[in-house]
Write a protein that binds this ligand. Structure first.
Ligand code: FES
Length: 501
């Protein structure tokens, strides 16, 4: 199902790349980061080209809850304790500034995108989180931004404590970005869609950005691809995982229209009014590809929860998204690797990309223009310190070991006849392992069940009828067509004799 944002806009269309071109800056990825980076670099005398494997804004950008806030969960006390007060202060300042940047752009370009300043709240319903909320309030105030400790908030249930941060914002992200894209087009930025980049190569001081049929030569490359499509030498796959979450937009039959809300505790519950009639409720987070949970419950549990609060509510929209999470909870923005000058990335937004995309666009702009940016150092993408997060790093290694080694040599305990119609899984068939989806009519779609990124064994996602990678979150449809990077190729399809299902 489409998100509300998609259903209430018309997506501008762009051609597929069908020639070799030379450009100054090649931005791979036409989501919010790619588009805003191009916008920040307008009028600098540089030729800019954007290329995307799908349509513009068709990834995480169209599936956001569109909260523009610097309150990225309970982050500031953690940042201060882990990295120090100055670091936490710069993180807060950069994201607060991003809210102003968005507002200023909207005013300057006269964009009608339902932007409004509203307060953001983090709340808890659990006693054990009350002290964490108090610590967070103290930290934010110490960092110079006013945060209020509350024992009541507007939500229709009781809370134990909450934090209110003033003057955050919300908007319609696609109305905003489609207008920016119009400006880019008018200014001569070339945009190509449905053109997948399969590799990049360094050639002297330039790069070749290689698609299936063409090559773009560029002085600067910005990988604004959500997850970097290049693994080496950046090694971000060792420092980041992907997390999936779900949203429903309901008609709640009870007005809640003054703020934006998220729980401190897990499972996370997020509330974001769109207008007086519609309310987004988000949650059911899990690591992408995690096969120990029943994904069929993802929307159901959100709906059950919504019904408890609003018994006569109606679900109008459902959508899902996933985002990259760095092991130290700080995005990676800047140089991809010290060995590859003029290649940049922006990733690891952990679902707070409305502000961090704008922080990233400004940092990358300043790097290209060789200007100072006071926030560059805290987001440095080449840092290896995150792997010192032994718990998460250990979990990732364990997952990778299983998916890359143990699972691959283990025989599957399932056979093709064990699969019901409209379901899938990794099965033993014709003496080998295969990824099989059996559609509603019993037609079989077979693929090699190994990810095209680094080869991990894939998990079947019966909710979305996709093959998900538990290692770094690549996603493919049931025919093997790539949906989400870091992989850049479709799965190998297996032609098997169609037998009775
Ligand atoms: Fe890395 Fe699949 S996404 S191995």
């Amino acid at each position: 199902m489409n998100s509300y944002w998609v259903d209430t806009t018309t997506r501008p269309k762009f051609p597929k790349l069908d020639k070799n071109i030379d450009t100054d800056i090649c931005i791979i990825g036409a989501g919010i980061t790619g588009i805003m980076t191009a916008y920040m670099l307008l009028d600098k005398g540089l030729k800019i080209t954007i290329i995307d494997k799908g349509e513009i804004c068709s990834g995480v950008t169209e599936n956001t809850t569109a909260k523009i806030t610097s309150q990225h969960g309970l982050i500031y006390n953690y940042l201060e304790v882990t990295f120090g007060t100055e670091f936490a202060s710069l993180y807060l300042e950069s994201n607060q500034k991003a809210i102003d940047t968005i507002e200023n752009i909207i005013k300057k370009e006269n964009i009608e995108c339902e932007f409004e300043r509203v307060d953001n709240y983090i709340y808890t319903c659990k006693d054990e989180y009350v002290q964490k909320i108090k610590d967070e309030v103290e930290t934010i105030n110490r960092l110079g931004v006013e945060a209020k400790l509350l024992d009541k908030i507007e939500l229709p249930f009781e809370v134990k404590a909450g934090i209110k941060l003033h003057e955050q914002a919300r908007f319609h992200p696609l109305k905003y970005l489609y207008k920016i894209v119009e400006i880019l087009k008018r200014s001569g930025v070339e945009i190509y869609t449905n053109s997948i980049v399969i590799n990049t190569k360094q050639e002297g001081k330039e790069y070749q950005v290689i698609t299936e049929d063409n090559i773009i030569k560029a002085k600067y490359v910005v990988m604004a691809t959500h997850y970097p499509i290049k693994s080496f030498p950046g090694l971000h796959f060792l420092k980041m995982y992907q997390d999936r979450s779900y949203a429903i937009a309901i008609e709640p039959h009870a007005k809640i229209d003054t703020g934006m809300y998220i729980s401190a505790e897990t499972p996370v519950a997020s509330f974001r009014p769109i207008n007086e009639e519609l309310l987004i409720i988000g949650g059911s987070d899990h690591k992408t590809g995690e096969n120990s949970i029943d994904l069929d419950t993802s929307y159901k549990s959100l709906e059950t929860y919504a019904k408890e609060i609003y018994p006569s509510m109606k679900v109008k929209y459902r959508w899902a998204t996933q985002d990259c999470v760095s092991l130290d909870k700080v995005p990676y923005i800047g140089d991809f690797s010290n060995l590859m000058p003029h290649m940049y990335i922006a990733t690891g937004y952990k679902k707070w990309g409305m502000t961090t995309s704008h922080v990233a666009a400004e940092i990358i702009r300043d790097k290209i223009l060789e200007e100072n940016n006071k926030y560059e150092e805290i987001y440095k993408a080449t840092r290896m310190a995150p792997i010192k997060n032994h718990n998460e790093f250990g979990n990732m290694l364990k997952q990778t070991t299983y998916s890359l080694g143990i699972n691959k040599i283990k025989q599957s305990k399932y056979k093709i006849e064990d699969l019901a119609k409209d379901s899938g899984g990794v099965v033993e068939y014709q003496g080998r392992k295969m990824g099989i989806y059996k559609d509603k009519d019993g037609k079989i779609f077979a693929v090699e069940p190994y990810c095209k990124h680094l080869g991990c064994e894939l998990s079947w996602n019966n909710l979305e009828k996709t093959w998900d990678c538990p290692c770094h979150g690549s996603k493919y449809d049931y025919t093997g067509k790539l949906i989400t990077e870091p992989a850049v190729k479709d799965l190998d399809r297996i032609d098997i004799k169609q037998e009775n299902s």
